[in-house]
Design a protein around this ligand. Structure first.
Ligand SMILES: Cc1cc2nc3c(=O)[nH]c(=O)nc-3n(C[C@H](O)[C@H](O)[C@H](O)COP(=O)(O)OP(=O)(O)OC[C@H]3O[C@@H](n4cnc5c(N)ncnc54)[C@H](O)[C@@H]3O)c2cc1C
Length: 518
């Protein structure tokens, strides 16, 4: 850690322990971040802590889709799909057009597959109707048209394909930008700070005991209300409140692979595997993202990993629609896994409903888990609403109304930002267009702050690894403005080095030096 980072963390700990908060949010995944952001927008004094990095668990292990959820149509859950679509379109149009990008999806229909063309054609049409045809009508196309969009598509037995529109993102970067939005709105946040116990007064939870995982220091935070947003750890925290608390959720593991890709994909593939499951093959960060599995998980959430068996399964399922010469094991750059939090109860996890579970414990702590990345603002508002109406109104009566679409920092057209980054310098000294595009689509106008760093120190404009578009200015910016304190924070979540398989030992060492010097 640099002296500046150490001082900043110490000052944040002091602020956390010296202030009485309206709301302490435990867990800095996207749900905790969302509630913290909404609480600040409503005028509350809110703090948020995470045991690891912000979005270091499930929220950086998603399929990176901002989507309505085509497969929910199957359960007849039209309301959920329409709600997801509304949020998807708000994110893409008003909140984060710099970070959330449209993507067309092709559903190949093979002879003997689980769904016929008529059903899928009607399905994608209904799906698009539920978002008022904002991405054009879902429709059937011919095999030849499908191959024009996805050249790696397997064509034997292909009878037709259905197409529909959704969006995608880099989940880690959207999360860190949302943390920043929360901090801009007044939140106090600290990552690598684990809640080790809860404080209670007259049987009511009124704060938490914490341990800074980076330097071992211990401190406490007081708050009128405490929210448990610890995702897969939700029941662990509930048991801190009430050792006899019954399990409220069950977990299902979903693994993904990232593979090198050298041909352009104009669309993603959604391939039905059986009645409930689909396999995604998605062009993402110049690579191919494949997933996901769906299997009950009962181990320690911190230990969740993509196993060899997961890798075999993902490659085999991708092979239903992707030509196998494009699915070589040696092209895998990264494998990761996350845990879906599903409402407790019997039945197959793949068929379980993906909805948010909100519970209130004996000590008054509210716990929230489950739901979708896509609807994080909706969930944040819903939880805040619930908190504000608790008996006795612990948050008071005078919460401000939340504006409908507060943008994330850096809001701008990514095309405009990329063009400015490129044209701001003289011919001959111009930023590489690929780097400019990368910065514009991961930072929006904050890319101009990175450009300023490069003007002051041109070496920061160099690529961290020649094989990818991340530059040294991003690592410095991550350290100084995005709470990155460990090498993994930088390589896995602030930049795309790990997903591209470019976080070599030498690069990790240089980043470690950058995080400890200065
Ligand atoms: C495989 C998979 C694919 C998915 N794909 C999509 C998708 O494409 N689109 C979509 O919309 N949704 C998707 N989702 C859903 C979405 O990713 C999750 O709903 C969302 O990330 C959950 O966020 P969370 O904040 O509840 O949990 P998490 O991100 O897990 O955050 C919980 C946080 O709590 C912290 N914590 C735990 N214990 C403590 C403690 N004692 N003290 C302090 N902090 C603690 C952890 O460190 C962690 O960061 C997917 C989910 C999975 C699993």
């Amino acid at each position: 850690m640099t002296i500046a980072t150490r001082d900043l963390r110490a000052a944040t700990r002091e602020e956390l322990s010296g202030t009485g908060y309206d709301l302490l949010v435990i867990g800095g995944g996207i749900l905790g971040i969302a509630v913290t952001w909404m609480a600040c927008q409503a005028g509350l004094r809110a703090a948020m802590v995470d045991a690891g990095d912000f979005a270091g668990a499930t929220s950086s292990a998603s399929s990176k889709l901002v989507h309505g959820g085509l497969r929910y149509l199957q359960n007849g859950n039209l309301k959920l799909v329409a709600e997801n679509h509304r949020e998807r379109r708000a994110l893409a149009a008003d909140v984060a057009p710099h970070l959330v990008k449209p993507l067309q999806f092709v559903v190949p229909i093979y002879r003997g597959g689980p769904h016929g063309a008529a059903k899928l054609g009607a399905g994608v049409f209904l799906y698009s109707a539920l978002s008022a045809f904002g991405d054009g009508p879902g429709r059937l196309i011919t095999p030849r048209q499908a191959v024009a969009k996805v050249p790696a598509l397997r064509t034997d037995g292909l009878r037709a394909a259905a197409v529909y529109g959704d969006h995608q993102m880099n989940d880690s970067r959207v999360a860190v930008m949302t943390v920043r939005a929360a901090v801009d709105a007044g939140a106090v946040v600290l990552n690598h700070a684990e809640v080790t116990g809860l404080r209670t007064r007259s049987g009511q939870v009124c704060g938490a005991e914490l341990r800074d995982r980076l330097d071992g220091s211990e401190f406490g935070v007081e708050a009128r209300l405490v929210l448990n947003a610890t995702g897969p750890w939700v029941d662990r925290l509930r048991r801190m409140e009430d050792p006899g608390a019954a399990p409220s959720v069950r977990l299902s593991k979903g693994a993904h692979l990232v593979l090198r890709r050298d041909e352009p994909w104009k669309a993603a593939l959604t391939t039905p595997i059986d009645r409930h499951r689909v396999a995604f093959a998605i062009p993402w960060e110049d690579h191919l993202l494949l997933g996901t599995t769906d299997e009950a998980y009962e181990g320690d959430p911190a230990e969740v990993r993509a196993t060899d068996a997961d890798i075999d399964q993902i490659l085999a399922e991708a092979g239903l629609s992707v030509r196998t010469d494009r699915l070589r094991r040696e092209d895998i750059t990264y494998a990761f896994a996350g845990l879906r939090v599903l409402p407790g109860g019997p039945g197959d996890v793949a068929a379980a409903r993906r909805e948010t579970v909100v519970t209130r414990g004996r000590g008054g702590m509210l716990s929230v888990a489950g739901g979708k990345w896509t609807t994080y603002r909706h969930i944040g508002r819903h939880v805040l609403n619930t908190l504000s109406r608790l008996p006795g109104r612990p948050l008071g009566d005078d919460l401000a109304d939340i504006l409908p679409a507060v943008p994330l920092p850096g809001l701008a057209s990514p095309d405009a930002v990329a063009m400015r980054l490129w044209t701001d310098r003289e011919p001959g000294a111009r930023m590489d267009p690929l780097v400019a595009r990368h910065l514009a689509t991961h930072y929006g106008t904050i890319a101009f702050d990175l450009a300023r760093l490069i003007r002051e120190d041109p070496a920061l404009g160099e690529r961290i690894h020649p094989g990818g578009p991340d530059i040294w200015a991003q690592a410095v910016y991550a350290r100084d403005h995005e709470w990155a304190a460990t090498v993994d924070d930088v390589v896995r979540r602030r930049t795309t080095l790990t997903v591209r398989g470019l976080d070599t030992p030498q690069i990790r060492e240089r980043i470690s030096a950058l995080l400890t010097s200065a």
